[in-house]
Write a protein that binds this ligand. Sequence first.
Ligand SMILES: NC(=O)c1ccc[n+]([C@@H]2O[C@H](COP(=O)([O-])OP(=O)(O)OC[C@H]3O[C@@H](n4cnc5c(N)ncnc54)[C@H](O)[C@@H]3O)[C@@H](O)[C@H]2O)c1
Length: 254
Amino acid sequence: MTSSFSLKDRTALITGGARGCGLSFAEGLAEAGADIAIFDIIPPLPSFHTIAATYNVRTAYYFVDVSSPASLQAGFDQFVKDFEGRLDICVPTAGINKNVSFLETSYEEHQKLLGVNVLGVYHTAQLAAGQMVKNGTKVGSIIVVASIASYMAIRSQNSSAYCGTKGAVRAMVPPIAAELVEYGIRVNSISPGYVRTEMTAPFPHLLESWKGEIMNGRVAEPEDIRGACVFLASDASKYMTGQDLCIDGGVTKW
Ligand SMILES: NC(=O)c1ccc[n+]([C@@H]2O[C@H](COP(=O)([O-])OP(=O)(O)OC[C@H]3O[C@@H](n4cnc5c(N)ncnc54)[C@H](O)[C@@H]3O)[C@@H](O)[C@H]2O)c1
């Protein structure tokens, strides 16, 4: 019997895939059988280069700044050429945070956050959807990465602009899903809770204090979020679109 979680013969594009949650998503999708391309502005961690041999899939890395329309388009064109137009799964994960008070957030800082977290996600999804329509995939799935920051303030952090960007990411999902349903493309989001990555590494004291706020008492590792991505990418979630999956150890429910 073929597992409904299998991604064999599918191609996935993950932005922000060089490390952290994005790299974990890439590993999970590859483990399920998908070929993998990642876009990032930093070179991927060494473990990315072992994915192809470990899971017998194809992998590729492209230097792409998702906040630059020109860079995004150029990277996408090259990816489409290299992968002969194949694309079934897109996971716009690239994101940045800024710990700065509401009263001191500058226009420039805010614009930078919006450029990566909102415009970068939206236009990556748009390019991906256009290619999926073009290649006629019957199993299209777009999974954008929002955050618990779209539901609540981040305790002990000043992150109003970041929270706003994540609210925008979650809010764009139902209307995009509604427009893409006629092409058989599903669109959902993942909202991770507190995850131990380079994004949260500068705040070791917060990683410690957050434990007390999380229902299951621990901060997530990127691997803890991976299963949700594989589920949303695969036929196992084929009746699901326009939704958010909150993978947060219960922090928003306590
Ligand atoms: N770490 C957490 O606690 C947490 C919680 C909820 C949501 N998230 C979200 O998860 C996603 C991944 O974050 P992470 O925790 O793995 O952080 P991370 O900093 O380890 O990973 C982010 C990746 O995005 C890349 N990136 C940043 N700007 C980019 C750009 N302009 N173009 C292309 N790539 C770019 C970075 O180089 C990095 O590889 C982000 O959207 C983040 O907001 C993280």
